[in-house]
Write a protein that binds this ligand. Structure first.
Ligand SMILES: [Zn+2]
Length: 100
């Protein structure tokens, strides 16, 4: 979500600086990223929100929330929510140096 139109992310690993797998933006100049611990926490936080609202009848498209991991603060937005697919846009405000 570091772009006007959200770009897909891909899993990278074994880089010189980061060995463990993580989601990286497919724009090579964009530092937006998400490690697997934060990915898991981010998804669990969303599941909690679905639990509170009830599974059925609620369209979570455009739902936004913030996840605070141990090192990174991630802003999340549900880009697509259907019975077969959920797409979550993320903005790693810590890595991108965004205050707020
Ligand atoms: Zn990006």
């Amino acid at each position: 979500m570091n772009h006007d139109e959200p770009k897909p992310m891909e899993i990278l690993q074994n880089l010189e600086q980061i060995k463990t797998p993580f989601y990286a933006c497919t724009d090579e100049h964009c530092p937006n990223r998400l490690n697997f611990d934060d990915y898991q926490g981010l998804v669990l936080e969303f599941i909690k929100a679905i639990d509170e609202e009830g599974y059925f009848g609620t369209d979570f498209t455009n739902y936004t929330y913030t996840y605070k991991g141990t090192r990174h603060k991630i802003k999340a937005k549900i880009l697509k929510y259907s019975g077969s697919e959920i797409r979550i846009g993320i903005l790693n405000t810590t890595v991108l140096g965004i205050k707020k």
